[in-house]
Design a protein around this ligand. Sequence first.
Ligand SMILES: [Zn+2]
Length: 384
Amino acid sequence: MEKQDQLLMKKQNKNLVLEIIKQQSPISRMEIAKVTGMSPTTITRIVNELHLQGFVRETELVTSGVGRKAVLLDVCGDVLYTIGVELDKSIIKIGIVNYIGEIVSCKSISRDPLEKYEETLGKVTNLMKELIGSHNVPNEKIIGVGVGLPGLIDYQRGIVTVSDQLKWKNVRLAADLQELTGFEVKIDNELKMKIVAENISGKARESKNAVLVGIGSGIGSAIILNGEIYRGESNNAGEIGHTVLDPTGNVCNCGKIGCLATYISEGAILSDSRKVKDITSIEEVFNAYRSGESWAINILERTSTYIALAISNILCLYNPEVIIISGSTIQNFPEIKEAIEKKCDLYIWEPIKEKVKIVYSDLRERGVVLGAALQAQNTLLELE
Ligand SMILES: [Zn+2]
């Protein structure tokens, strides 16, 4: 074997062993040898290296089947950290996440929807410093930052192509934030970050084919196909908000007529409500529904119909094992779940309906921060 190949194989083996300890801890060296098919000598060598690098520790002694004592291994959560950042129209949220995916600290501050790009970056930098300082996380243990935000994101070049919510166009977010903080920065669309969190520790755990739908100020989705994020040609796969459902319908802010977003987004619900009543917030619409006002019932019933239509279309396109519904509309107005489920039952094609799990996200407001940090870990961690 060429030397290059040997080195690559050694690296892959080390990654595999660490991954197994992470997933199945506490676990003995013997067990790891059994699972991987590697020799006990190889496992001992790899575990020693991982121990020296701080990734693995010995936890307890157990008596194995033949009466010998076996030492169990576990991973050390504090060996390294990544930082997750969520940016949205009116909020900046930052969390420090350890190696085993626990948020050790999280804080959010408000963002003025009209504030300048530089101002937001300044706020992010300061809040990050504050969090790191107050939790005494040494800078050298932080391997990088992940940022999730709404919009069309060139994740490879680290550029926000366009974000309507943040009012940004062609900004070099990754490079600019890297310069300010000193950390390597990875950016992506918020839902793509969120599905990473769902895939590692949420409702799509270990699923190879999953879809996450986000419903709130906009509507979008993220897709995992065969265990990988499906991005399409320009990272826009999943942008279902501008699929046209009714060519004679409402005008969308994208300039087309009858886009899905014009029936489901909070802005759309609000502007339709204002045709009937002087409403200032989406909560008022939800409350009007709760007190039985027929206009609010009509509008939100229609919203649930279009959500169910969107879900049934996504299921036909991707045939996922699980579809996770998330977002502020579901969180703040859980009553809509029942209506969505009833209509899903009507619209979803039978052969798909039998197999798919339709669930709601548990990650709530932590999803994007956690996913962004985990994605930074996935892409930036290089075992030596
Ligand atoms: Zn549109």
